[in-house]
Write a protein that binds this ligand. Structure first.
Ligand code: GUN
Length: 282
């Protein structure tokens, strides 16, 4: 029987732990503030941003909401970020992506001070991760490491295959698994014989962006399968990149969709906000 890795439960535990830490900080007179910037009103982004604000409220982190007009200029946005970089009372800055086409996303990400980059998207944060230095780590891959650790799944020495090479998930995921002493392969859309590569994995992380793409033929008996995808199927039901019903009897552990990786992203964002305390003044 496969172990179902309960991301909802684990993320709730993490949020409870963070709530205690935030309370301790408050008792010492330290408040934590996250600035959340949304440009335009894309409905999916609004849902994510609202969930982030709610998580802040639950944990005791102050959130400053910037709901900016879709037509705001790149310069105006960069000026707001600069102001937030300079504010001592702001610990973290998050700009919800995607941004409207007239704004250069890379420029915006690079404008955020690495000391306040709670998304872990700044090239300095990514560079720090790749050479084993301290820095903020992208929330989804950081959440996956927490899921594995809190489910007592060892990474050291394991064959880890990551399918997907995005800057936000695939690449930092590979770096983190390597940091945990896994033997890591990154596969992607141009990988020859993806099935054979995926089948090597003791730990298979799937972030391919295609609904139910990975079936039992891609999975080794007893593997641990982590599904990063989230899609709506033809019946409007949520599903992942993995065909759950096809693989569940073959694996030793698996994350469901919903309720697996998804809830961990916000928990790790909150964790990054809490660990941002003290960075600005150092
Ligand atoms: N858009 C989709 N996911 C994310 C995320 O984790 N952070 C930000 N800033 N934008 C996103």
């Amino acid at each position: 029987m496969a172990k179902i890795i309960d991301g909802k439960k684990i993320s709730a535990e993490i949020k409870e732990e963070l709530k205690v830490k935030v309370k301790e900080y408050k008792e010492k007179g330290i408040d934590i503030t996250l600035a959340v910037i949304q440009v335009g009103n894309d409905p999916a982004s609004s849902v994510y941003v609202n969930n982030k604000k709610k998580a802040c409220e639950f944990i005791g982190i102050r959130s400053l909401a910037y709901e900016l007009d879709e037509n705001i200029s790149e310069k105006e946005l960069l000026d707001i970020i600069e102001e937030l970089n300079n504010r001592e009372d702001v610990n973290g800055i998050l700009v919800q992506l995607p941004l409207p086409e007239h704004i250069n996303e890379d420029k915006v990400i690079e404008a955020i001070s690495p000391l306040k980059d709670v998304d872990g998207f700044h090239p300095m944060s990514v560079g720090a991760l790749s050479i084993g230095k301290k820095g903020f780590v992208s929330c989804t891959p950081a959440g996956i490491i927490e899921l594995l650790k809190r489910s007592d799944i060892d990474i050291a020495g394991k064959e880890c295959v990551v399918i997907g090479r995005s800057n936000i998930v695939g690449k930092p995921m590979a770096m983190l698994l390597l940091r945990e002493n896994g033997t890591v392969t990154v596969a992607h859309s141009r990988t020859k014989d993806l099935m054979e590569v995926a089948k090597r994995a003791d730990i298979l992380v799937v972030a391919i962006g295609k609904p139910k793409f990975i079936n039992a033929d891609y999975v080794k008996e007893g593997a641990v399968v982590i599904d990063v995808g989230i899609h709506r199927n033809e019946n409007n039901k949520l599903c992942g990149d993995v065909d759950y019903d096809s693989v569940v009897d073959k694996v030793s552990a698996i994350t469901p969709v919903p309720g697996g990786v998804g809830p961990m992203t916000i928990a790790m964002l909150m964790s990054n906000c809490v660990s941002s305390v003290g960075l600005v003044k150092e």
